[in-house]
Each structure stands twice: as structure tokens, then as C-alpha cells.
Design a protein around this ligand. Structure first.
Ligand code: ATP
Ligand code: MG
Length: 498
């Protein structure tokens, strides 16, 4: 049997007669199965306990042996808890979705009674829910067990079992391509046990074989499973290094770290990440996305602003879940755009931003996984100082307005994308006319010129781009004081991005 930290934790807690255990998981079937295994057949030859499962629709049912129908019909939570608290025989009760009753003072009192019974409860209540915030008077009496993702060996076992089960049921011999099996086991990382089983099943039933053709299908399904939350998502479109103009130092810095991320030199220390600070529209988000293709790993996006929730504790839980999923998906780039927006405290958020920042900082400092964080920020006044302190990121880069050389590259790139190849003399003119423009503004002028050219019924040319540049007052001019302040701040704290 493979070691399973979650199962061993639960077994130990049951053996120690812990009254209340909380299992937070999206995967109820998985959790019930886990508790059943841990409690009825505990490791180390300890005696098993009866295991019951309760839900409001099914009532109470014995799980480890089949006793037919429900043992407590129509049990509402107060009646159920009373019978457990009064019970004498030690057992394990898996309670599914009890949280809607946490508003009921009787339920809260009974939970407290269970935890504080003078002689000890002898039984264990395992509360299973996708999101569980205990009433404060009970929280400190409960033990939370994080549900771990299955290890590669466990995933391999699940895949093999699923294939064998399909063979048994159909009487056919499934064809398994060893390389496809290997890839599948790898790609199923970060999913719960029952999702691994479900996707492996899907891969085998379609054609009775596991082949490389199944890999993209499984990959796609995994993306969907992970993106379901909305906080963490897979980004398909990664930006190529050639799409990023004028941030050469960042690109070189990333290239040096590629072997430590793409698996070619696993003995190298895992880089932690970069924070890209700077002027609006100069390619921070672009470079963060490009980090994934430069490092040769997939790109995940964390929507940090999306974790905020009005319930106390809920935002941190969502963030912890998303970070755990990212850890399980390593190696990868975790892109956190405009990081300061979600962690800047305001008086009105009830401390939520503070706690989210705390959760993030702890993870940034402690994680051992190959998750490379590519974060961007443009409002330094909102940036908490803890975030830029040494040790959180490997480097802070300052992305300034493009200089002449960079503007020349930007003009050529964005014109070429729209079918216009600029001559050197034309480029020189446009470079001179775009002093103070950001990359986004240069691109915008080219785009505007395509509209104008279309309206006049002619091809895009340098003259039209020039007119558009002259008609624009760049943000750097409109907000020159802000840009100056940003540069002054960055001068002592950051490294230039080019
Ligand atoms: N250095 C650059 N190289 C190529 N294109 C650029 C560059 N900078 C900006 N652009 C163009 O402008 C667009 C906007 O840039 P991006 O979103 O990366 O800027 P940002 O620095 O993240 O700005 P913000 O602070 O507003 O988020 C890009 O998608 C790209 O098309
Ligand atoms: Mg951006």
C-alpha cells in the first residue's frame, strides 16, 4: 500500500478519539471513501471502528458493513447529534454538509457538548463539506485535515485499476501504450482521486485503449476541472519571447532559469519568481505571460481579486485551495496580475485583504514546489512593503517607458502584424514622433491608423501612423509626475528590465 498522509492523519485522529475532524474537499465521494478506509481498516493493525455516513436526504447509514436501509430515518441534525452524544459505542460519523445548520444554537451547543464531554466522546465526528467555517465556539475544538492530492504512484495505481476493471467488465483486453500511460499519470496531477478515476475511465471506454490520443483529451478535462473555481485558470495562449520588445534583461534572466523549471536540470534550486513593476502599458503583463514559454512550463493565472468573499475566512480558504492546486500542478508559472489591487488594505474590507496578503506571503516564503510566480504591479503606493522585501521574489524588475531602440522594435512589430513593413527612414521618423509613448500607445496608434487607412480606402502606410502618433497625447506626458515618482521609487529598489 502506498503511504497516504491524509488517510494516516485521519486514522491517527480516530485512534486518539478526536471528537471533531473537519475535511474540506470538493470531492465528497473521495472523502467518505478515505474515512472509511482509515477508520474501518486502520494502518498498523489497530482495531477498526464502525463507520456511519449521514446526509439530510439519506439519514444515517452504516458504511463498513451493509445493514440495509438507513438507521435513523429523517434524522434532523439536532436529533442526530443528540443520539451521537448519548451513544456509548465508539464509532466514526461522517456528516455531509452539516454547515447550513451552524446558525442553529442547538446544533452549535450539541457540537460543543460532543467535543467537551467530560469522559470524552469516544466517537469521532468527521464534517465533510466543500467550504466549512465552523462557529467560533467550536472551531478551536476541531482538527482540520487538508485533503492531499494523490501522488504519482497512487495515480498510476488508480489508472491501472480502472483499466483492469474495464477489462473485467467487458471481457476485452485493453491495449495500453506505456508512454501514453506515463503521460496520463503525469497530466492527472492536481486532481482528486475520483477525478483521476473518472478521467482514466473516459480515456479507456472510448476505444478500449490508452493511447497518446487520450492525452490532450485528459489535459483539456483537467484544465476544466481546475478552472471551475474561477480563481485559478489555465491560459492556453502563451506569449513567445519574440513578442516582447525591449525587456531583454528580463528575458535573459528567465532563460537562465529555464533548466531549473523544464526538468532538464532538476538538481538546480527552484526559482521563486519575479515582480514586474512599472509604467502602464509597457509590457508587464505581456512579459509575465511570456515567462511560461521562456521557462518551458504551462501558464496558470491566479485571479487574486476574485478570492475576496464577504464571509470571514472564506477568502483565505479559496486562496489556499488555489495555491495548493498550483503546487500540485508544478512545474508551472503562476501569473498574478496587478497583485497590489487585491492585497492593498482598505478600512472597508474587514481585514480580508490583510489576511489574503498573509496567506500569500506565507506561501511565497514556505513553498518547496516549482511554481514560478510572475507578478505585476503598477501602483507602488498600494504595494505592501512586505511583498517587496527580500526573499519573496528573486528579483524586482522595473519596466520603464520604451527608449528609442525599443520604440523602433515596437513600431516594426506592430506594423508588421498589420501587414506594413517599415523602411529604416520611416521608422526613424516614427520613433522621433513617439517619444514618451508606452508600448500599448504605440500599438494603439498603429491600430488607429489601420482604421483611418481603411476609411480612406488605402493601404496602411507610415504617414498615417505618423498622423495618429501626432494626434495622441501620451499618458506619460499627461501623468508625467506619476512616472517621475515611479522612477524615483524604483531607482533604489529594482533592476531595470532592459
Ligand atoms: N514591450 C512590449 N513589447 C511588445 N508589445 C508591447 C510591449 N508593451 C506593450 N505592448 C503592447 O501593449 C499591450 C499592453 O501591454 P501590457 O498589458 O503588457 O502592459 P502592462 O505593462 O501590463 O500595462 P498595465 O499596467 O496597464 O497593466 C500588449 O498586449 C502589447 O500588444
Ligand atoms: Mg498589465
Amino acid at each position: 500500500m502506498h503511504p497516504d498522509p491524509t488517510r494516516d492523519d485521519i486514522a491517527a485522529l480516530v485512534a486518539a478519539r478526536t471528537p471533531i475532524v473537519v475535511l474540506e474537499t470538493e470531492d465528497e465521494a473521495d472523502a467518505v471513501e478515505l474515512v472509511l478506509r482509515a477508520a474501518s481498516r486502520p494502518p498498523g493493525g489497530r482495531a477498526g471502528r464502525p463507520v456511519f455516513r449521514w446526509s439530510v436526504t439519506d439519514g444515517l447509514r452504516r458504511m463498513d458493513v451493509d445493514l440495509g436501509g438507513a438507521q435513523l430515518h429523517n434524522a434532523d441534525p439536532p436529533a442526530l447529534l443528540r443520539s451521537i452524544v448519548d451513544g456509548v459505542a465508539p464509532a466514526v460519523y461522517v456528516l455531509l454538509d452539516l454547515h447550513p445548520w451552524f446558525d442553529d444554537p442547538v446544533v452549535v451547543r450539541l457540537l460543543k457538548d460532543a467535543a467537551l464531554r467530560p469522559m470524552g466522546l469516544r466517537s469521532t465526528l468527521v464534517l465533510v463539506s466543500h467550504a466549512l467555517t465552523l462557529p467560533p465556539e467550536v472551531e478551536h475544538l476541531a482538527v482540520r485535515v487538508p485533503v492531499s492530492f494523490p501522488t504519482p504512484a497512487e495515480r498510476a495505481l488508480i489508472v491501472d485499476r480502472t483499466v483492469a476493471a474495464w477489462g473485467n467488465v467487458t471481457g476485452l483486453h485493453p491495449h495500453v501504450d506505456p508512454q501514453a500511460r506515463e503521460l496520463l499519470v503525469q497530466r492527472l496531477a492536481g486532481l482528486s482521486r475520483s477525478d483521476v478515476g473518472r478521467l482514466a475511465h473516459g480515456a479507456i471506454v472510448d476505444d478500449g485503449a490508452l493511447t497518446v490520443r487520450d492525452v490532450p483529451v485528459v489535459e483539456r478535462a483537467r484544465f476544466d476541472a481546475l478552472a471551475a473555481d474561477g480563481v485559478l485558470s489555465y491560459e492556453y495562449a502563451t506569449v513567445a519571447p519574440a513578442d516582447v520588445v525591449g525587456l531583454d534583461r528580463v528575458v535573459r534572466w528567465l532563460l537562465l532559469r529555464r533548466p531549473a523549471m523544464d526538468g532538464s536540470a532538476p538538481h538546480l534550486d527552484a526559482p521563486r519568481g519575479v515582480l514586474l513593476l512599472g509604467v502602464q502599458g509597457c509590457g508587464k503583463s505581456l512579459a509575465a505571460r511570456a515567462a511560461a514559454s521562456i521557462l518551458g512550463v504551462p501558464l496558470l493565472r491566479l485571479d487574486l481579486a476574485g478570492v475576496h468573499d464577504k464571509y470571514v475566512g472564506e477568502s483565505e480558504r479559496r486562496l489556499r485551495d488555489a495555491l495548493a492546486a498550483a503546487d500540485a500542478l508544478a512545474p508551472c508559472v503562476l501569473w498574478v496580475d496587478e497583485i497590489e489591487k487585491a492585497v492593498a488594505s482598505s478600512d472597508s474590507d474587514g481585514g480580508s485583504a490583510r489576511r489574503v496578503l498573509g496567506t500569500l506571503l506565507t506561501w511565497l516564503a514556505d513553498r518547496g514546489s516549482r511554481v514560478f510566480v510572475a507578478a505585476t504591479a503598477n501602483d507602488i503606493s498600494a504595494l505592501p512593503p512586505e511583498l517587496v522585501r527580500k526573499g519573496r521574489f528573486d528579483e524586482l524588475f522595473f519596466v520603464d517607458l520604451p527608449d528609442e531602440e525599443a520604440r523602433s522594435g515596437l513600431l516594426r512589430l506592430h506594423a508588421a502584424r498589420r501587414g506594413l513593413t517599415l523602411r529604416d527612414d520611416e521608422t526613424a521618423h516614427l520613433v522621433a514622433a513617439s517619444d514618451g509613448f508606452s508600448g500599448a500607445e504605440v500599438e494603439q496608434a498603429v491600430v488607429a491608423a489601420t482604421y483611418a487607412a481603411h476609411a480612406y480606402g488605402r493601404a496602411l502606410d507610415a504617414g498615417t501612423v505618423l498622423e495618429e502618433l501626432r494626434a495622441t497625447r501620451p499618458l506619460a506626458v499627461v501623468m508625467s509626475e506619476r512616472v517621475m515618482a515611479l522612477r524615483a521609487w524604483a531607482a533604489t529598489r529594482t533592476v531595470p528590465a532592459r
